[in-house]
Unconditional design. Structure first.
Ligand code: NCD
Ligand code: ZN
Length: 356
């Protein structure tokens, strides 16, 4: 049995308020615990989006009642809320800026709309950017000009990871995260597992799945990657298989088994895993230590990933049928057994706000 610290997932779409038929604070935190994740940071592209005090309270009230693991909530950068959200910074996980194609209404196209956020949001807290390719380069330039930290969400391309590497070498305050689906899947689905169930709508995700060359570049630059993040973005199967499929994959319950399988294959070290799933996200997002918190993993347990065994409400996974090695047996959160042998034991409301 391998004992690890509770994992931190800095990028989760909870869907509450507004779209609880996809997921809510209860099911998403059950999914987290089943995946060995004891802290989630929730994205603001809900309905309504989290962009002021009233909407922040909507999310935090629901979380307080329903969350079974610890959590923080991001604020969303809108066209005219820079002063308002900066005043709420100490209650939130950070500020999320959507600079590229995404699901929801929070996109900021015009760079003049970025400036007030870079000027006003406290420098002690990172701004997280959804930015791809050249937009990401612009975001890094903003970090340099305004001399403040930015965290690049879901890096997926070779050009992105190479530019982040170069920016870090120049001392620009940039950190980044990578999602398992961008490490294990390619756009041609020439990945490593059984992809027979991945129909066109189910393949939709932002950033899109990339080429084998991009995937290889991420693995080759593992030392540039600060965090693993799931970008857990649940949409129902009905939506994914519809005419107009929304982008997004669930990921909380497949994160650790996929990474442990990579450890078993010699492609990743356990130290890397702990660094990028616990130590670095804690440092970047200034998260408190969780006392008496750990997960117990059966490293030798081999099994097949199946959506029917998952706690997420969305009912599917892009990794259906994959053979993995490494199973979460037990999660202890602040001294209480929160997950044991396939059952979530933490009660609704046991989770704590990391900023409370
Ligand atoms: C996310 C979602 O569904 O909320 N989808 C996705 O493909 N990652 C939105 C996002 O992070 O852009
Ligand atoms: Zn996301």
């Amino acid at each position: 049995m391998l004992k690890l610290p509770g994992l931190i997932d800095p990028h989760v779409h909870v869907r509450e308020p507004g779209q609880t038929y996809k997921e809510d604070w209860d099911t998403v935190t059950q999914s987290a615990l089943a995946g060995g994740v004891t802290t989630i940071l929730a994205m603001p592209n809900t309905q309504p989006p989290i962009f002021d005090e009233a909407t922040l309270n909507l999310a935090l009230d629901a979380a307080k009642q329903k969350a079974r693991c610890d959590y923080g909530q991001f604020l969303g950068a809108g066209p005219d809320n820079a002063v308002k959200v900066s005043a709420l910074a100490n209650k939130a996980a950070g500020l999320k800026m959507y600079l590229d194609s995404t699901f929801g209404e929070l996109r900021l196209d015009d760079m003049t709309l970025w400036m007030p956020h870079f000027i006003n949001f406290p420098k002690s807290a990172p701004i997280v950017l959804h930015s791809e390719s050249r937009t990401m380069a612009a975001g890094i330039l903003f970090a340099a000009i305004y001399d403040r930290p930015v965290h690049i969400a879901h890096v997926s391309l070779k050009e992105e990871i190479l530019l982040i590497k170069a920016a870090k070498e120049k001392g620009i305050k940039v950190t980044c995260e990578v999602c398992p689906h961008h490490l294990f899947l390619t756009k041609d689905l020439t990945g490593f597992g059984n992809l027979s169930g991945l129909t066109p709508g189910r393949k939709e995700v932002r950033p899109r799945l990339a080429t084998q060359e991009d995937v290889d570049a991420l693995w080759q630059n593992m030392d540039v990657i600060n965090c693993f993040a799931t970008d857990h973005a649940p949409h129902t199967l009905k939506e994914k298989d519809s005419e107009n499929p929304p982008p997004g994959f669930p990921g909380l319950e497949t994160l650790l088994p996929l990474l442990l399988t990579a450890v078993d294959d010699g492609r990743l070290t356990i130290d890397d895993l702990i660094q990028k799933s616990v130590i670095n996200p804690r440092k970047i997002f200034h998260l408190p230590e969780q006392s008496e918190t750990w997960i117990e993993v059966d490293e030798d347990s081999k099994y097949e990933i199946k959506a029917e065994n998952q706690f997420t409400r969305c009912g599917w996974t892009p990794f259906e049928g994959w053979q993995v090695k490494g199973r979460v047996r037990r999660v202890v959160l602040r001294g209480q057994v929160a997950f044991d042998d396939g059952k979530v034991l933490a009660e609704k409301g046991y989770g704590r706000n990391i900023r409370a």
